[in-house]
Design a protein around this ligand. Structure first.
Ligand SMILES: [Zn+2]
Ligand SMILES: [Zn+2]
Length: 335
């Protein structure tokens, strides 16, 4: 296959400004990397934080996008486990050092030297992307390119967040019913949990969507659930939801913050944390999370709902995400 010299890409050039459409050289893979022809790339809330300048020390310009589904078109000299034509998915975690304390402990998600797709290395809002072979996941054949894309961050971070809720969660709250929550809800319902979905006040469409995916209750985030919860995951980047979730969980309950950025958490009385309630965050992912999710998702019958946009419509996709107008996940499709 002939690889062109140049490609279309959407680029974060400066914080607070829309993405710029640019013609850029098609990147060349290093010895441990592959070049992918991008088929689809999911649009994540994190991309919006990057565009808004809410992520520290982003080396701009950068091509965002960390839910890449693509096909291998060139393999680096040291790559033996992938060949031209393989379909792979590339997640947020792009590279780890393998040597720091965290890597040695099996906690590569916290690697001191980690690089991140679409943040500190170029991502998938482009026709081509390079990826480290170690961070290319083989994708289940039961998911098409579009459906597979949201699994790579929304699904993965959602899965890790769900894991951090612990075992035996009978009643799970989800605050913010976007891309991640709509996948987690399906996983949780499949394992027998009752899902309680909290949305922006008055968002009847999102509440109906949550019920259609098996939620036993859906309501405004300002409303307490009808029953105390065993765990809650806060996906919305709204700090005020943390004390709301703490008030909603029973003694011993866990509140997991799944996002990379959140507005400040307001002060709250100790008694809502008392009785062994826990607040924690989830950062990034490990390859093990990816392998587990990609095995569990087909078995659980997960079906991501996607809204498709062309690459040059990336700004529109981000704006609609900002306004809460995406049902399920937004995905960019390359021509
Ligand atoms: Zn490391
Ligand atoms: Zn993401």
């Amino acid at each position: 296959m002939a690889i062109p010299d140049e490609m279309d890409a959407m680029v974060v050039a400066a914080p607070g400004r829309p993405l710029e459409r640019r013609r850029l050289p098609v990147p060349r893979p290093g010895p441990d990397e592959v070049l992918l022809e991008v088929a689809a790339c999911g649009v994540c809330r994190t991309d919006l934080h990057l565009v808004d300048g809410e992520l520290p020390a982003a080396p701009l310009p950068v091509i965002p996008g960390h839910e890449i589904v693509g096909r291998v078109v060139v393999v680096g000299n040291h790559v033996a486990d992938l060949t031209v034509g393989d379909r792979v998915g590339v997640p947020w975690l792009a590279w780890t050092c393998g040597e720091c304390r965290y890597c040695r402990m099996g906690r590569e998600n916290l690697c001191d030297n980690a690089r991140f797709t679409g943040y500190t290395v170029n991502g998938g809002y482009a026709q081509y992307a390079v990826a480290d072979r170690r961070y290319c996941f083989r994708l289940p054949a039961s998911f098409g390119d579009l459906e597979a894309a949201p699994l790579l961050c929304a699904g993965l971070i959602g899965y890790r967040s769900l894991r951090m809720c612990g075992d035996g969660v009978e009643r799970l709250g989800l605050y913010g019913f976007g891309a991640a929550a709509h996948i987690v809800a399906q996983l949780a319902v499949h394992r027998g949990s009752e899902v309680f979905a909290f949305t922006r006040p008055g968002d009847a469409a999102a509440q109906g969507f949550a019920r259609s995916l098996g939620a036993v209750w859906a309501g405004d985030s300002t409303t307490p659930p009808p029953l105390p919860l065993d765990a809650a995951i806060v996906f919305a980047p709204v700090g005020a939801l943390v004390p709301a979730a703490l008030r909603a969980v029973a003694p011993g309950g866990v509140v997991v913050c799944g996002g990379i950025h959140m507005s400040d958490i307001p002060g709250f009385p100790y008694h809502i944390l008392w009785e062994e309630r826990v607040v924690r965050s989830v950062a990034n992912l490990t390859r093990q999370d990816g392998e587990e999710l990609l095995a569990v998702a087909p078995a659980a019958g997960v079906r991501p709902t996607v809204q498709c946009f062309q690459l040059e419509q990336a700004n529109e996709a981000l704006e609609r995400l900002r306004r809460g107008q995406i049902e399920g996940a937004a995905v960019l499709v390359m021509e």
